[in-house]
Design a protein around this ligand. Structure first.
Ligand code: BEZ
Length: 294
């Protein structure tokens, strides 16, 4: 895992591991390496290809770098909240994307979960779109988000989560694209005092198993692993829905100014993003239709 040990994705992996051990009579168990102990997600994906690593709960952001179609999941305002994100990820379009993984990455995708909806935490007043012009914003580097910030006129600055706190302190970045959990658990609110509560994108995680590991598993064990991965990743949406309000209040109580923002804040930039990505990832039109029906 790239996330810290106390992140909800790590907790989900631990819970999954306990149940996996019971259900397979100890044939399988989970040893967790959080906080990027095995390297970057790109390195972990390579390790799964060679079979050096069996499994990962990985950001879909990393997968987009190999399979651009997954970029459609990051369409701004595709869904309103984590619950809708989870529902959409269980639908036919998102599930169909998983079928591309074995050929393109050498891994098998078992199911998705979510993180909190994306926001910005900024060290400058952020009352309108113009205020983002030329600002250095930390992003997770992958094309849909790079395009988003380029269109907004900001300077996107790729940076691992672990470096963000100091980078905000020394002015290397002016803001960060993140979610409420990260703002709170990494104490980023100590370094930037404006929370742009935009909820502009979902940020899914995918449970991946090395194709080599998968090939060595019985049908029965595969079914158990798939079921438990879906169960524990699927529970993340309820967690984020339940704790979002409280985390927001906790952050506000630390003297952070909350600016609420919806699609209008971004003007015609959203349309421009859509026009780029409908070509790069045509599955976007199917996802939009499914999302409208939620
Ligand atoms: C991020 O890069 O912002 C991120 C990574 C993993 C989980 C959630 C967010």
């Amino acid at each position: 895992m790239i996330v810290p040990g106390d992140h909800a994705w790590s907790q989900a992996a631990r819970e999954m591991g306990k149940e996996l051990e019971q259900r397979t009579d100890g044939r399988y168990s989970v040893t967790l390496f959080p906080a990027g102990q095995l390297g970057s997600e790109a390195q972990m994906l390579q390790q799964m290809q060679t079979g050096a690593l069996d499994m990962s709960f990985m950001t879909v952001a990393q997968v987009v770098n190999r399979v651009p179609d997954f970029g459609a999941l990051f369409a701004p305002y595709l869904v309103d909240n984590e619950k809708q994100a989870d529902q959409l990820l269980k639908g036919p379009a998102a599930q169909g994307l998983l079928e591309k993984l074995p050929v393109k990455t050498g891994t098998v995708g078992l199911g998705y979960g979510v993180a909190g909806m994306r926001m910005m935490l900024n060290a400058f007043p952020s009352d309108d779109l113009a205020s983002l012009q030329g600002r250095k914003i930390r992003i997770t580097p992958f094309p849909p988000v790079q395009d988003f910030y380029r269109l907004l006129g900001a300077v996107s600055t790729p940076m691992p989560l672990t470096d963000v706190y100091d980078a905000l302190a020394n002015g290397q970045v002016d803001g960060v694209d993140a979610d409420l959990e990260l703002v709170w658990k990494l104490r980023l609110y100590e370094r930037a005092k404006t929370l742009l509560l935009s909820g502009h994108m979902m940020f899914p995680v995918v449970g991946l198993v090395s194709g080599r590991t998968w090939a060595g598993m019985s049908e029965e064990d595969r079914d158990v692993l798939r079921e438990l991965t879906r169960k524990h990743l699927g529970e993340l949406a309820a967690y984020y829905m339940a704790f979002g309000e409280k985390t927001r209040a906790d952050i506000e109580s630390e003297g952070v100014n909350v600016v609420e923002a919806g699609p209008d804040y971004f003007g015609d930039k959203l349309d421009q993003w859509e026009q780029i990505w409908i070509k790069k990832a045509p599955v976007l039109s199917e996802l939009r239709k499914e999302a409208e029906a939620l």
